[in-house]
Design a protein around this ligand. Structure first.
Ligand code: PHE
Length: 473
């Protein structure tokens, strides 16, 4: 096998099979990208960090940092063709540098596992809301009723834990069967259907009488409301929503056929993902204003606004149920991509079958997820640093681990890897290649580092020190 590795890297083939077509790859990465991040997380962080200015920074991060890093991950994955840890080690030594680059893959795999531990809890929420909608719980409900339902659910660790368990079971099931089978079909149907339902909801929120307020909140930047922590959160959200910085896209890239254009695929995914997030915001904020809800309600924002909307529209039971089914699907196709890198690693390193690896990994992630399950009820008062266990996990993964591993990926693809290797994967050295290279060598790393230093206060510390020294001289 190793001799095969050392030969022409362009011809290396994946250990775990290939996507059947370019479309299949785009769908799978879109399935990974479009998830709770778009509909659950984007609106609530936008609400917490003050709206327009946050959205603007987020969009800039998608284009200037997210896109080039995503292209880098795909090209590294396709060149290495194994799990992210092995891929980084292999490419590191192949480029004549260190195999210790495997650490970058390692941070990503661990981030994916930690993220899935709480992602699954919110996937479980979505699943629970399918049943609640179908049972007509929200029919004719007012804001107070919907909040009471949320409080009742969240307050019970048994209920939250049960649905977390079910959601994790679904994820283990698909990963155990292999990513190609079944998944492509689900995504092919899921993304368009989700978009159609979101557009229907958009119609509803346009008629809510508060569309202008919601629109203004999202698109009128007020930079006085933006903190450096907000900028960091916007950058973290860009990584999270595009599924980058944690090996998921790298793992999927490993199964990508040789001739597929990476630039085109990455652009398609980024456009689909951003459109869905923006529409979700345009659905949710007008409803927040129309119903006098709390704009910084945090993680359960959509589980209040949307049931309220469905509860008061014609055919709400059907639309509401369908919507949460699709949201569960969206979360599911993301969850499996969060699990795949770790599972591929176990298969390659510990020599387990795919099914065994999926069950082992799944059970460990499930157990870690209990920390988040309890963050809303029995351990709600157990807070430190950024808040509850969930708050800390969220901060550590999204605001620290993803940007760090994104930074290292950009540095690797832009500086460590020689020009010939990256041009070989991205095809030619045309304009798009040149733009990519500038972004990945300069804009992305400097941007990430700057935001990082600024939001952690380190930059000010240095500035003050410099001032003190120059003042003293
Ligand atoms: N991008 C997914 C979402 O927006 C979350 C995710 C992150 C999935 C990382 C896979 C890897 O919901």
């Amino acid at each position: 096998m190793l001799s095969n590795l050392a030969s022409d890297s362009g011809k290396r083939s994946s250990l775990h099979g290939h996507w059947s077509s370019r479309m299949a790859f785009i769908l799978a990465v879109t399935g990974s990208a479009v998830g709770l991040g778009n509909i659950w997380k984007f609106p609530y962080v936008t609400g917490q960090y003050g709206g327009g200015a946050f959205v603007l920074v987020y969009l800039a991060c998608i284009v200037l940092i997210g896109m080039p890093v995503m292209m880098s991950e795909i090209l590294l994955g396709r060149r290495g063709r194994r799990n992210p840890i092995a891929t980084m080690a292999l490419l590191g030594s192949e480029e004549g540098k260190s195999s210790n680059w495997s650490w970058v893959g390692g941070i990503g795999v661990v981030a994916g596992v930690l993220i899935l531990s709480y992602y699954s809890v919110y996937g479980g929420y979505s699943l629970a809301y399918v049943l609640k909608s179908a049972a007509g719980t929200f029919s004719g409900a007012g804001a107070a009723d919907v909040i009471a339902v949320r409080d009742g659910f969240e307050g019970s660790w048994k209920a939250v834990g049960l649905f977390h368990t079910l959601f994790m079971g679904l994820s283990i099931f698909v990963v155990a069967r292999g990513v190609e089978r079944g998944l492509e079909q689900a995504v092919r149907f899921m993304v368009p259907a989700l978009l159609v339902l979101l557009l229907a909801l958009l119609g509803y929120s346009i008629n809510s009488g508060y569309f202008a307020e919601g629109f203004e909140f999202m698109f009128t930047p007020d930079f006085s409301k933006l903190t450096w922590e907000g900028v960091l959160a916007a950058m973290g959200q860009a990584f999270f929503t595009l599924s980058i910085g944690m090996g998921a896209v790298m793992a999927y890239g490993a199964y990508l056929p040789e001739e597929t254009s990476i630039t085109g695929a990455a652009a398609a995914v980024a456009i689909a993902d951003t459109t869905i997030a923006i529409i979700a915001g345009l659905v949710i904020f007008p409803l927040v204003f129309a119903n006098g809800l709390d704009i910084d309600a945090g993680p359960s924002l959509v589980f209040i606004t949307l049931p309220l909307a469905f509860g008061n529209m014609a055919g709400g039971i059907i639309f509401g149920t369908l919507f949460f089914i699709l949201l569960t699907f969206a979360a599911w196709t993301s969850a499996i991509s969060l699990m795949e890198p770790a599972v591929a690693w176990i298969m390659e390193h510990l020599n387990h079958s795919r099914a065994q690896a999926a069950v082992m990994m799944g059970l460990s992630i499930w157990a870690m997820g209990l920390g988040t399950v309890f963050s809303f009820n029995i351990l709600a008062d157990f807070t430190f640093f950024k808040g509850t266990i969930f708050d800390n996990l969220d901060f550590l993964t999204i605001n620290v681990m993803l940007p760090l591993s994104g930074l290292m990926i950009a540095v690797f693809a832009g500086w460590v890897m020689c020009r010939n290797s990256s041009a070989d994967e991205l095809g030619s050295a045309g304009t798009s290649y040149k733009i990519w290279r500038i972004l990945v060598r300069f804009v992305a790393p400097i941007g990430i580092l700057f935001v990082f230093l600024k939001s952690s206060g380190l930059l000010e510390f240095v500035e003050n020190a410099v001032q003190r020294i120059s003042g003293a001289s």
